[in-house]
Design a protein around this ligand. Sequence first.
Ligand code: PRP
Length: 177
Amino acid sequence: MSSQTEPRILLTRDEIAAAVRRLSAEIGKEYRGKCPLLIGILKGSFVFMADLVRSLDFPLEVEFIKLSSYGRGRESLGKVSVVSGLTSPIEGRDVLVVEDIVDTGITLSFLIDYLKKEKPASLRLCALTDKPSRRQSALTIDYLGFTVPDRFIVGYGIDWDEKFRYLPDICYLEDEK
Ligand code: PRP
């Protein structure tokens, strides 16, 4: 695919902002007063995480993990590795994993197993987008922004070949199919 492919808007910045407000209200009902630890998966979650935490009006803490399952192309390599792990213990913490997109589910399934070994008090998942048609590893998303079609999604932190993360809207690349 050419890097000149024109991204088409799938979800506007206003629709995303509304979803972030909805999700923060849902998360607030569960976590207010618990000082949860939000763990973002780099790189893709960085924009969503930044907006989500500013929408949550109660004390919380933030951590990031960098996982790698994709090369610089478009298909998952199907094998996840930890590139940069936790910097502090999560035992006894209420942990909320924050992800930009769930596709095959392989990345999150790996992360859940990885985090469970550290004995958090609770462990839930928040994803801005979900592409259930591509699922290979079953998992439950506790807080979900949008279900998206089987198209290659970019923008709002999500890349193709490290490009397009800067786009403020969530877009799809036209020649996916
Ligand atoms: C993307 C995305 C998720 C993962 C989802 O990350 O941010 O972490 O793929 O795919 P899966 O459900 O099929 O496992 P990617 O590996 O592209 O890295 P990035 O976050 O640095 O863009």
